[in-house]
Design a binder for this molecule. Structure first.
Ligand code: FAD
Length: 543
């Protein structure tokens, strides 16, 4: 039977997503969350139970970047194949150690774990199982998972795929440690609609250009890929921790971190937070295709941090976008494309892991970036929003103050770093990795390699964003700049984009002395442009 989701019959709000590894692909039933029209619905069961490939007495579900109890592939398979299932999250010291001591992401995860604990507890109660708790551990994942698996006497550990190279290396170590005690380790696709080599060219190779990838992605899509995993149906397998195994939910202090300003921002954690954002976004998704480009406008969904930590299911979002796209909603079609970009970069990382350290296109590694003291000073000015270009500085202030940056601005500041300041894109990539709440290696690397022209399907090297015309076009009234660079608030709509070009009288009446209240530009656009074209000439020579 062809289960391709045609736009005539809208995809239903129920079912199971694709699973790989040992388990058979498993159609199932629904979500109790937002349905296709954005209203809340209740679980709708459909009777297509898959045949379990394995049966275990005890299993352990290991949550990582999938912090939700509904529509979770690994949790579904764990509950379905085991009589008793415990759930754990590990605060991995290998990941936590290098982070700054005040990190919004750690706080977001902690708050989302409290929500997940609640969800599991509630799911258990609905199945008449009391005392269900999420177990939380703090240490090296390989030690903690193996120790807990042994202590609970489980025969299998279940988790969802994470294709970042460090995560794959960690999982290989966990697999080894578990195998030592004869424990199985099963992993599943959950984080994307299509992963690894599921969408290939006719020659059987991974795509490196987005548009044909998107077309193939849409051709490959069936109802099945958008269905939710009905975890609730198997909730009776959830087991309360035995005596002597403490839930051990830590505090931020216990983890060695300090509070951030997260609670003052509109970053609501957990699945509840994601549901609130999605509901809000669905009211304005129709305007997404044009509103998304203006940083002062509430245009995008702001769901990236939830996609990053899995507090929302990608299947729910893609299903919602798909259904609206089929009804002819242009905004939803554009948003669906963005979700496909996300899959695109994930398969690039999985198939070309060299991008983590090198350019996707090897010729670009020959570019000579600026180094030394002058480069360090320029980099510091960029990080701290002191370049003298108002839109760039406002964008960096948004990042530093909130951990979020609007997509248009990510493109502008990334281009500015490599094509105006002549700095290696990897420096900017690392700064984003440290600061972004939604930092995701695949999307961040893809975005930076796109901006520096070194990536697959990147913008041509000779295309250099002009930060002033970008500002005039996308923040015409300077509303965004005024919010994040208050020193410039007194300037007119026309002068705010390039204060150095303003008349002295205009600057004086706005109370601004350049070099005192706001920096003189660190580079001249025309000169920087010429230097960049010369710097990138080596790429042209390489053909
Ligand atoms: C230099 C640079 C670095 C970036 N770093 C990251 C990052 O670390 N993490 C991250 O999630 N996104 C990154 N992006 C992509 C994009 O900027 C963000 O996903 C988006 O701004 C998040 O806001 P939103 O959820 O409101 O997006 P929306 O516009 O509502 O889009 C919905 C979702 O689609 C996905 N998406 C949208 N645009 C892209 C894109 N260009 N590439 C991949 N996925 C996309 C995201 O998951 C996003 O949450 C980067 C882009 C650039 C140019």
């Amino acid at each position: 039977m062809d289960r391709r989701p045609g736009c005539i019959s809208a995809v239903g709000g129920s079912g199971a997503g694709a699973a790989v590894n040992f388990a058979a692909r498993a159609p199932g039933s629904g979500t109790n969350w937002v349905n296709l029209t954005g209203r809340f619905a209740h679980d709708r069961e459909v009777s297509m139970p898959p045949t379990p490939a394995h049966r275990y007495d005890r299993g352990l579900m290991w949550f990582r970047r999938d912090l939700r109890a509904t529509d979770n592939a690994a949790l579904y398979h764990a509950l379905k194949s085991c009589d008793r299932v415990w759930c754990v999250f590990v605060f991995d010291t290998d990941i936590l150690s290098p982070l700054p001591r005040a990190d919004r992401r750690v706080e977001f995860i902690l708050a989302s774990l409290l929500d997940l604990d609640e969800q599991l507890h509630h799911m258990g109660e609905q199945a008449h199982h009391t005392g269900i708790r999420l177990l939380v551990r703090h240490g090296r994942a390989v030690d903690e998972v193996a120790r807990l698996a042994h202590r609970l006497g489980v025969q299998a550990v279940f988790a969802n795929h994470d294709d970042e190279p460090d995560a794959l290396a960690r999982d290989a170590r966990v697999l080894g440690a578990l195998a030592h005690h004869g424990t199985m380790f099963h992993t599943f696709k959950d984080h994307v609609i299509f992963e690894r080599q599921e969408v290939l060219t006719q020659q059987g190779r991974p795509f490196s250009v987005f548009t044909p990838y998107k077309q193939a992605w849409l051709r490959t899509l069936t109802d099945f890929h958008l269905k939710a995993y009905p975890t609730r149906r198997y909730a009776a397998s959830l087991a309360a921790p035995p005596d002597g195994v403490e839930p051990a939910m830590p505090t931020l202090q216990h983890l060695g971190f300090e509070p951030t300003n997260l609670s003052t921002l509109r970053v609501l954690p957990g699945s509840e937070g994601a549901a609130t954002l999605l509901e809000d976004f669905l009211q304005r998704i129709d305007r997404y295709d044009h509103a998304r480009d203006y940083p002062a406008v509430k245009g995008p969904s702001y769901l990236s941090v939830h996609l990053r930590f899995g507090t929302v299911s990608i299947r729910l979002l893609a299903r919602t976008a798909w259904a609206l796209h089929c009804q002819g909603h242009k905004g939803a079609s554009t948003w669906l494309s963005e979700l496909i970009w996300r899959d695109f970069y994930h398969q690039i990382l999985a198939n070309h892991p060299h991008v983590v350290t090198r350019s996707f296109k090897p010729a670009y590694d020959a570019i000579k970036w600026v180094h030394g003291k002058q480069a360090d000073a320029l980099f510091a000015a960029w990080c701290e929003g002191r370049t003298g270009y108002p839109l760039v500085d406002a964008a960096m202030a948004q990042l530093n103050q909130t951990g979020y940056m609007h997509n248009r601005l990510r493109m502008v500041v990334a281009s500015f770093l490599c094509k105006h300041l002549g700095l290696d894109w990897r420096r900017g990539e690392r700064y984003f990795a440290e600061k972004l709440n939604d930092f995701d290696l695949a999307a961040n690397n893809g975005g930076w390699q796109w901006a520096s022209s070194s990536g697959c399907d990147a913008q041509p090297y000779f295309r250099i964003f002009n930060p002033v015309s970008q500002s005039e076009r996308f923040d015409a009234e300077g509303r965004f700049i005024r919010r994040y660079v208050p020193a410039l608030a007194g300037l007119t709509h026309t002068a705010i984009h390039a204060p150095w070009a303003a008349r002295p009288l205009e600057l004086a009446s706005a109370g601004i002395e350049l070099g005192t209240h706001y920096p003189i530009p660190v580079v001249d656009h025309a000169t920087a442009r010429q230097e960049t074209l010369s710097r990138y000439a080596i790429v042209k020579q390489a053909g």
